[in-house]
Design a binder for this molecule. Structure first.
Ligand SMILES: [Zn+2]
Length: 308
């Protein structure tokens, strides 16, 4: 795992002065300047934060209510595991099973419908504490990036099934987990074209698909080509006719804006490359919370997976 950093000024890496916009920190603490500008711009994440006071009252849930409501049946996990990739129905059955088994902390809701009418489902994990802050995790906004679904369903499984043993750093969050943000594209990658990336909207005759993470309003259409997005419906980076033209991005926007919980974290999982990307993506100067993002990204990049 590596993290892309954005120092303000050019710096020396391995004895050579490198361009100011990128270098990498690896697990062992070494740094490199391997170039991947196109990869960075081809797969940027959309980040969002909001802060406001939460007037709700504090609630406390006894630990006994966080344990499964019913005894797990032997063999019931046949449908869902992390040894292979699964269809949408299995993914949704999995989060609904978590809701059934852990009703005190799990809620599944439909936050929108895709272009072709499929549900966009969200698993919320929360102890309903009024002081919680919100965390957003989504996967497969780019439908071919299947492993992102496996990653965040695994995260969900770990949080839910170990909730009463986890630190308050985890349990003080309202986790909003959207395992498949682009369900039409996801199913299409299973049934027709494995490397399909966009959604299944139709603009301009036979041209299909909007590149959903180019469809958010901030900086929409500001950069073109490989550094940004395209106004050509047949382009892989097609940004759509207007910002938030797609129901999938509308679902993200409306869910966050309607939330009582203030969001502090927004992470969109991709698997195009081993990078952690944070704002700004559309300009050179650092964003206001650049140092915090840099610190968090570096910590994430240096985490060594446990050998289990
Ligand atoms: Zn992606």
């Amino acid at each position: 795992m590596s993290v892309a950093l954005n120092p303000i000024q050019a710096r020396r890496v391995n004895g050579t002065l490198r361009r100011p916009d990128m270098f990498y920190v690896y697990d062992d603490g070494t740094e490199s300047d391997k170039s991947s500008d196109k990869i960075l711009t081809a797969d940027c994440a959309d980040n969002s934060t909001q802060t406001k006071e939460n007037p709700r009252q504090r609630l406390t849930i006894p630990k006994c209510l966080i344990t499964p409501r019913r005894k797990l049946k032997r063999g019931k996990l046949k449908l869902m595991d992390w040894k292979k990739y699964h269809r949408l129905s299995v993914i949704y059955a999995f989060i609904e099973e978590l809701e059934r088994d852990y009703p005190a902390i799990c809620t599944v809701s439909v936050i929108g419908k895709s272009v072709e009418g499929r549900d966009i489902k969200m698993l919320k994990i929360s102890n309903s504490n009024a002081d919680n802050s919100g965390v957003w995790l989504d996967a497969c906004i780019h439908s071919r990036e299947w492993i992102t679904v496996a990653v965040i369903t695994y995260i969900a499984d770990m949080i839910v099934k170990n909730f009463h043993t986890l630190s308050s750093a985890v349990t003080s969050k309202d986790w909003h987990i959207i395992p498949v943000l682009n369900p039409d594209g996801y199913e299409y990658t299973h049934t027709h074209e494995r490397m399909w990336r966009k959604n299944r909207a139709r603009y301009g005759g036979e041209c299909v698909g909007v590149d959903l993470n180019r469809n958010f309003s901030y900086g929409w259409g500001q950069l073109t080509g490989e550094d940004g997005s395209s106004d050509e419906p047949n382009h892989i980076f097609y940004r759509g006719p207007t910002p938030f033209s797609e129901p999938e991005t509308i679902a993200v926007r409306d869910t966050i804006l309607a939330s009582i919980t203030p969001f502090k974290v927004f992470i969109s999982f991709h698997s195009y490359y081993e990078l952690i990307i944070f704002p700004w993506g559309n300009r050179q100067d650092p964003c206001p919370d650049y140092l915090h993002l840099l610190e968090g990204g570096a910590v994430m990049a240096r985490v060594t997976p446990r050998n289990t």
